[in-house]
Ligand binder design. Structure first.
Ligand code: AMP
Length: 323
């Protein structure tokens, strides 16, 4: 099933209707941007071959294991993207060529407001270029660590949990399991919305139960530790761990060494600090349980604690990226 956004092709005469809801002082600028976009050779043309010459590179946004990410601007429209540049030689050395190809294939198919869009990708002899939606506030993890006491208030926790549940639900409807949910794999936009990124570990499900061990230690579900087959409900487990980490500042089964973490996860040895409210505890305990008993992502989005808190105003203003 594909719930992808249907593409609307605009003509010049449609432009005035596009600015109906735009403040008057910005209407001219927005019309001009739209004009440049629909006049671009690539507009409504799947066969347009993008290359690095279409983009101007700006400052680095961050560094990953296999390359760097830069802010970049499409030359004709001035549209801003995040350009991830990977060195082929490093991918071969790290034996991750297949993982990267899988990430490209999966991410380019997914179109959802809370999933980082992959606009296009291309390569030359040495490098692979991936044009991604810009999430200018960077990793959510950095915001979590910069928050008072290293945790989010209930509003931000509920809002981000809702957005991630919505994104994961869309993935599952498209037979994709993310498998590596954690705050480091979530990015934040300038208007404070979460984007699910990093599909390197994700897999097409096609109803087969899978057995590969992957993901981050603190986020591993019991069925994976026990080497059992698992299904898309592992993402619900990870969502429970994530929501706990948002509210408490560290993941629920964190210990001094990995053996202790494994043991706690197997026993689902879950404890909450006093400040966690009843509603939040209710949601988290319904996610952090054996796989056949976890609530669905739809139920997460409808949960009373989520509904009540996601619309509350936040007590915090979110820390902006340092210039
Ligand atoms: P990655 O190679 O995907 O791990 O990215 C490395 C770093 O680049 C991340 O930790 C972010 O700080 C930054 N980054 C990656 N993608 C984006 C994006 N789409 N928008 C803004 N920053 C990004």
């Amino acid at each position: 099933m594909n719930r992808g956004v249907e593409k609307k092709v605009y003509q010049l005469e449609d432009l005035s209707s596009l600015v109906d809801n735009v403040p008057e002082n910005l209407q001219d600028a927005v019309t001009q941007i739209h004009y440049k976009m629909i006049s671009h050779q690539a507009y409504d043309n799947n066969r347009y071959v993008w290359s690095k010459d279409d983009f101007e590179l700006g400052t680095p946004l961050g560094k990953g294991k296999f390359g760097r990410v830069y802010i970049a601007r499409e030359r004709k429209t001035k549209f801003l993207v995040a350009m991830k540049i990977l060195f082929k030689s490093e991918l071969v050395k790290g034996r991750v060529e297949k993982q990267v190809l899988r990430e490209l294939e999966i991410q380019s198919r997914l179109k959802h407001p809370n999933i980082l869009r992959l606009f296009t990708w291309f390569y030359d002899d040495r490098k692979i270029y991936i044009a991604l939606e810009l999430a200018s506030e960077g990793e959510l993890y950095r915001h979590l660590k910069a928050s008072p006491h290293g945790r989010f208030d209930e509003h931000r926790s509920a809002k981000y949990t809702y957005q991630v549940a919505d994104a994961l639900n869309y993935c599952h409807l498209n037979n994709v399991i993310h498998r590596d949910l954690k705050p480091e794999n979530l990015l934040l936009t300038a208007d404070d919305n979460v984007k699910l990124a990093d599909f390197g570990w994700s897999a097409h499900t096609m109803s087969n139960k899978r057995k590969t061990m992957c993901g981050t230690l603190d986020y591993l579900p019991p069925e994976m530790i026990e080497g059992k087959a698992y299904d898309d409900s592992i993402d619900q487990w990870c969502l429970g761990v994530l929501c706990y980490e948002f509210l408490v500042g560290n993941p629920p089964f964190e210990s001094e060494d990995s053996e202790k973490t494994y043991a706690k996860i197997r026993r689902i040895d879950l404890n909450f600090p006093k400040f966690v409210t009843l509603g939040a505890k209710d949601l988290i305990t319904k996610l952090l349980r054996r796989n056949d008993m976890r609530i669905s992502l739809k139920e997460v989005m409808m949960h009373p604690w989520i509904k009540e808190n996601k619309k509350k105003p936040s007590r915090e203003t979110f820390a902006r990226r340092k210039p």
